[in-house]
Design a protein around this ligand. Sequence first.
Ligand code: C2E
Ligand code: CA
Ligand code: CA
Ligand code: CA
Length: 283
Amino acid sequence: AAGGNRYEMADDAADARAITRHSLTTALPAALERGEFFVEYQPLVRLGDGSVRGAEALVRWSHPQHGILGPDRFIPLAEHTGLIVPLGRWVLDQSVRQAREWQRLFGADEDVLRVNVNLSPCQLHHPRLVAETVEILERTGLEPGALCLEVTESALIGADDDLLKPLRRLAEMGVDIALDDFGTGYSNLANLRRLPVSVLKLDRSFTQGMQQFPADPVDLKIVEGIVSLAHSLDLAVTVEGVETGAQADQLRELGCDTAQGWYYARPGPADQVRALSLVDAAS
Ligand code: C2E
Ligand code: CA
Ligand code: CA
Ligand code: CA
């Protein structure tokens, strides 16, 4: 009814009793084999000029009985059983191929559309992460700089050198690493220098705090402080959960580089990113 390719994901609270974790968990491997997962893309927009920078890949499960399930419903289950490794590999493969397709459509100059892919901690621990990522990039011909891997802050808390080594290898190859959900963990700001990250993704809770008008001055100061710290460490700042133009304006003034949120676009089919970029190019 809302038009476009929209749908509402099943409501967690209402369905939680009916769909047991157990039945979903046991259905996961066959679902992957049968191709029940699909990837949506949510555009990332440069705050400076509003142009599309790329998109974040977000996985969904088209469940034959329960309809479309969001990742919060099944990623924790997949992490628990280890299925996240093949599932994550599949998402990476899909997303990298999609980014390559965007390049074919738009050309492969420095303004190329980039794709962001979430990495779960289990994938980070997997010995073949680097080899598999290299394999996918080589097979598709996507240059590493067009890929950004998002790792949550909590996955890297207390990370020792063994855990950071694969990320360092990827960063040396030119893959961007983003620290996701930044500000929700127990960020040791000094620790940032040790991590091979080039992007901070400010968690939605910060943008939520800016929804009220006028925004809480303390919230604004905190964001301002994070941005200036990030920039002094040569990190770009992406904000998620931008829902209004007023928020976008404020975040631009605070110096954030890139934004993502419903104000620009909800997660959707790859064509949406393409359509937005075309509007962009025409204006
Ligand atoms: P995330 O990485 O923090 O992704 C952003 C989430 O915020 C997405 O939820 C997105 O749909 C939602 N969002 C985007 N803009 C707005 C906005 O303006 N307002 C509001 N209220 N929400 C917004 P989604 O798609 O349900 O994904 C939830 C989480 O599942 C993601 O959080 C990510 O941690 C995880 N996830 C998604 N795909 C994958 C994947 O392929 N692998 C792994 N390991 N995790 C994934
Ligand atoms: Ca993310
Ligand atoms: Ca995030
Ligand atoms: Ca988040």
